[in-house]
Ligand binder design. Structure first.
Ligand code: FUB
Length: 320
């Protein structure tokens, strides 16, 4: 592959969600900006206010920017911080799912609806009932069912919940305690609400034991993504404070998933976040790093690299 340099060289875009709609690649990133808010472990400095959509007809060709397709000022329940979004298509409509803090500074997941993959997207009046935390990624299972995977630690607030109920204080398990799991939930047919209570997506080691909280180079932190390859489900994610993109495989959307390995080693910047997509017979990893901003962790830039599997379906670690 002749590598395009950074995909959007004149702006800061991160957390790509990528899908093929109408034969084109559509990229739905977070839109980073300089807010002047000091960096902290809560992620307050990631104070994004809108989303753009991009498309590519060819991986080595140009990129089209459709401009702002959803702005925080038009979301009735908005507090602050539009983080990683995803988009799904069903029955002639496109549904953009986005995490946003409400007016009480709690992350919820909202949905906005459009007639075209390039937007614009009109937000619903309220967040999805029972939603919490960040980083929604939606799988079209091809059988009429759509599943949302979500969750993120630290600033993503997942540690504030147990059994889908908010706790008085956030508690992060440690050491040999079980790691917090990403969540999976089936979406209702109208795509606007959950059809069930979110469940844990359990990640196992090769002996069948759930990953522990102290296993920080393998346990889930944030940035869920799911794709299928040769009939298997691949759940990929970031390990957050150890800065790896990893993956686990399973035989159905609910899991459990067994840890398999590292997709991408740490990049320049604190966060790492990605999408995996097949386009015109090849597989690609879209992700971000902070090289163009000189390492400013909240000003990230989009990249793409080819992704390869070995004969057993293992993903080869990408050097990018
Ligand atoms: O963009 C803000 C947050 O940074 C995302 O929601 C996380 O996945 C991390 O990339």
């Amino acid at each position: 592959m002749k590598k395009p340099a950074y995909l959007v060289p004149d702006d800061y875009m991160a957390d790509p969600a990528v899908h093929v709609f109408d034969g084109k690649l559509f990229i739905y990133p977070s839109h980073d900006r300089e807010s002047g808010i000091p960096e902290n472990d809560n992620g307050d400095h990631f104070d994004m206010r809108d989303y753009h959509v991009f498309s590519m007809e060819d991986i080595e060709g140009g990129i089209t920017d459709y401009g702002v397709v959803l702005d925080v000022k038009n979301i009735p329940w908005a507090g602050r911080q539009l983080w990683d979004c995803d988009v799904a298509y069903r029955n002639g409509k496109y549904y953009m799912y986005f995490p946003l803090k409400d007016k009480t500074d709690i992350f919820r997941i909202g949905v906005a609806v459009g007639d075209n993959p390039e937007g614009p997207f009109i937000p619903e009046s309220n967040p999805i009932k029972g939603s919490y935390s960040i980083d929604p990624a939606v799988l079209d299972n091809g059988d009429g069912n759509f599943y949302m995977y979500f969750g993120g630690l630290w600033g993503g607030q997942l540690q504030r919940y147990r059994n889908n109920k908010a706790q008085e204080h956030g508690i992060l398990p440690t050491g040999s305690e079980l790691a917090l799991c990403p969540k999976i939930v089936r979406l209702r047919e109208d795509m606007l609400e959950f059809a069930e209570e979110p469940r844990d997506l359990v990640l196992l080691d090769s002996t069948g034991k759930p990953l522990t909280a102290g296993d920080t180079e393998r346990r889930f932190f944030e940035a869920s993504w799911v794709h299928t390859y040769n009939g298997r489900y691949y759940f990929s994610y970031s390990t957050g404070d150890t800065h790896l993109l990893c993956y686990a495989t399973g035989d159905n959307p609910y899991g459990p998933f067994t840890y398999q390995g590292v997709i991408l080693k740490p990049v320049v910047g604190w966060t790492t976040h990605h999408a995996i997509v097949e386009f015109k017979g090849k597989w690609y990893l879209f992700h971000h790093d902070c090289v163009p901003s000189g390492g400013i962790t909240w000003l990230r830039s989009l990249k793409v690299a080819e992704l390869k599997y070995d004969a057993d379906g293992k993903i080869e670690t990408v050097n990018d």
